[in-house]
Design a protein around this ligand. Structure first.
Ligand SMILES: [Zn+2]
Ligand SMILES: [Zn+2]
Length: 358
């Protein structure tokens, strides 16, 4: 069968590679892959910044955002049947099985020795068939067969949002957020915008595209305000927001983000930043944190509970705004055109998807 693979840490080694159909162990499911979504993580691996082959292999099959059907079940697997529409989570427990991994929160792994499909030590889902541990697989209703590949990006939103709300409720008896800022209108930013609107919050979403762009239109479809940061600089938004979600991965924006929250505000960082950076006035940042009771926190990866919640919220978004999720998938190609999925095809691209079958 065909698999899309790289030699980890080697720039531009992306290729189609032949692989045997894997055989599921007793606790595993054989997945017939339907779709794989592409994001910056895949592009970083292709650029040779990170990525790790499974033990004994010198290549890594890509793909952590996926949608599959159950093809075969290991002997001890219960609760699934052939043909079920499913999405596996990305991360698997560390070999030490640290307290958090053991508790089902491998997203909070203490050792850093965890595995991640398509990223670190486990082959991904960008292949015709894949296997994974059944206890990390979530079922989806048939109605999400076209957009269920957006579940993994949705879980990044779910975790950032739940943790923000839990922290604020722990800090204040009467916390009631009103105005939220989303920095970035890529897939995660758009999903965050929609989910915050489902929750009835007042949302502003910032990106660098024009007001005529698809991103701007999708933001406005949810009743959020679209702000083009080339026209309205971020500094005009200071002290306005109860929560800021930072998704751009831009260090300058990340530094500015904390000036945009009001007192008792939170910045949730969900992007990954280059290490070299211009340093702003660190004194101002820390003084603002203290004098405004502000918090900043980072969040990465998501455990199964966020995938389960994400299914419910994808359904809620679809019910509220017809066509919103479908329009986010701007590029969809077959496996032979895989190159077109990993290189953005236009300025309007939001999410590119490779179709592996039906
Ligand atoms: Zn991703
Ligand atoms: Zn662990």
């Amino acid at each position: 069968m065909k698999a899309i693979a790289v030699t980890p840490m080697m720039k531009d080694s992306l290729r189609i590679q032949d692989q045997d159909v894997p055989k599921q162990a007793r606790n595993e499911i054989l997945l017939k892959v339907q779709k794989v979504g592409i994001c910056g993580t895949d592009r970083d691996i292709i650029s040779g910044f990170y990525g790790e082959a499974p033990a004994g292999d010198n290549y890594l099959v890509l793909g952590h955002e996926s949608l599959s059907r159950v093809s075969e079940l290991g002997r001890s697997v219960r609760g699934f049947k052939k043909g079920d529409l499913v999405v596996p989570t990305v991360r698997r427990n560390c070999p030490e099985n640290c307290v958090n991994c053991k508790a089902g929160e491998s997203d909070m792994c203490l050792t850093g020795h965890y595995f991640e499909h398509g990223i670190k030590g486990l082959h991904g889902f960008a292949r015709e068939f894949a296997i994974t541990d059944a206890s990390f697989v979530v079922k989806l209703p048939e109605s999400l067969s076209d957009v269920g590949v957006l579940l993994e990006p949705m879980t990044i939103v779910e975790k950032g949002m739940l943790q923000t709300f839990l922290m604020q409720k722990a800090r204040m008896k009467k916390w009631k957020p009103v105005k939220i800022l989303v920095l970035g209108a890529g897939p995660v930013g758009l999903l965050a915008t929609a989910l915050l609107r489902v929750k009835g919050l007042d949302v502003d979403t910032v990106a660098t595209r024009s007001e005529e762009s698809l991103k701007a239109k999708l933001v406005e479809q949810t009743g959020s305000k679209y702000i083009n940061s080339k026209v309205s600089p971020l500094s005009s938004l200071e002290n306005k927001y109860d929560i800021v979600f930072e998704l751009t991965g831009n260090t300058g924006v990340a530094l500015e983000a904390q000036n945009l929250t009001g007192v008792n505000g939170v910045v949730s960082y969900l992007g990954v930043y280059m290490h070299e950076q211009e340093t702003e006035d660190a004194g101002k940042i820390y003084t603002n944190l203290v004098l405004g009771n502000r918090i900043q926190f980072g969040s990465v990866n998501a455990n199964k509970s966020y995938f389960t919640q994400g299914v419910k919220d994808l359904l809620a978004i679809r019910k509220r705004w017809n066509g919103f999720l479908e329009k986010m998938i701007t590029t969809s190609v077959g496996i032979e055109q895989f190159g077109n999925a990993y290189t953005p095809q236009s300025q309007e691209e939001i999410k590119a998807v490779i179709e592996f079958g039906k």
